[in-house]
Design a binder for this molecule. Structure first.
Ligand SMILES: *[C@@H]1O[C@H](CO)[C@@H](O)[C@H](O)[C@H]1NC(C)=O
Ligand SMILES: *[C@@H]1O[C@H](CO)[C@@H](O)[C@H](O)[C@H]1NC(C)=O
Ligand SMILES: *[C@@H]1O[C@H](CO)[C@@H](O)[C@H](O)[C@H]1NC(C)=O
Length: 224
């Protein structure tokens, strides 16, 4: 189960919006999809770091990661320089080379003691710090767990909801609906306000991390 809310913002959706590779795409260079939806052009979402987390729990395969990265690259308006793959090279080697194929950055994370297992909150801390160091001006951060297949409108959906993050009562925008099966998703224009935090593929204010989470990652953020 992968996807979630469909928001159809773009009535004249063109072929540039079709991210999923087919056989005829095999020989094509890996290029980001082009944004044709004028309503969301200029959204901060297109300059928000997208941090893809891979192999930190020992169960992402390189092929799963490849599929995830294809769906990231397929987001209309995505820019390579904002995509960073954070990975544990003990569990998933070769990510550096794979990320270069996509022209994404990558960052290997290993604990100080090579044999230690990193807790989820420690991984998240590195992810936030890496994004903040690389993109200090960015008010937002997007986190995507490898193994997910993003719906083609993931970025458009988040861009259109991004203004909601001005409301301090809203913690984040998640693209994951655990009940979001296609057979029960009849309202493409509907987003839910929920109390829990589904994680998986979400966008937060960087300030939320810096001011509220940073010093208590272990307490707040050790569960997916
Ligand atoms: C890779 O991305 C950089 C921006 O980060 C861009 O300047 C460069 O042209 C891209 N290279 C290719 C081969 O697409
Ligand atoms: C890690 O574990 C291996 C095998 O169990 C051991 O040989 C090695 O010394 C350990 N390394 C560290 C830094 O503890
Ligand atoms: C929708 O699909 C899911 C997954 O296949 C299934 O578990 C569920 O029963 C379906 N619901 C309805 C209302 O058909």
């Amino acid at each position: 189960m992968f996807l979630i809310f469909y928001i159809l913002l773009c009535p004249s959706s063109s072929s540039a919006d079709t991210p999923f590779p087919t056989v005829s795409h095999r020989e094509m260079p890996l290029r980001p999809a082009i944004l044709t939806n004028h309503q969301i052009m200029g959204s901060a979402m297109f300059t928000t770091p997208i941090m893809v987390i891979a192999g930190t729990r020992g169960h992402t395969s390189l092929s799963d990661l490849t599929l995830t990265l294809q769906t990231v690259l397929g987001q209309p308006g995505v820019q390579n320089k904002y995509v960073v793959v954070v990975y544990d090279p003990r569990h998933i080697p070769d990510v550096f080379a794979l990320s270069r194929l996509f022209n994404f950055s990558s960052k290997a994370i290993v604990p100080q003691n090579f044999n230690d297992t990193m807790q989820y909150y420690e991984v998240m801390q590195v992810v936030f710090e890496t994004a903040h160091a690389a993109f200090p001006e960015s008010p937002y951060i997007t986190i995507v767990e490898a193994g997910l297949l993003l719906a083609p409108d993931f970025l458009a959906y988040t861009a259109s909801l991004l203004p909601l993050l001005h409301d301090p009562n809203i913690l984040g925008i998640s693209a994951w609906n655990p009940n979001g099966y296609l057979n029960v998703s009849t309202r493409p224009d509907l987003a839910y306000r929920v109390e829990d935090f589904p994680g998986m593929a979400f966008t937060l204010r960087m300030d939320t991390y810096l001011k509220e989470l940073r010093t208590k990652m272990k307490e707040c953020c050790n569960r997916r």
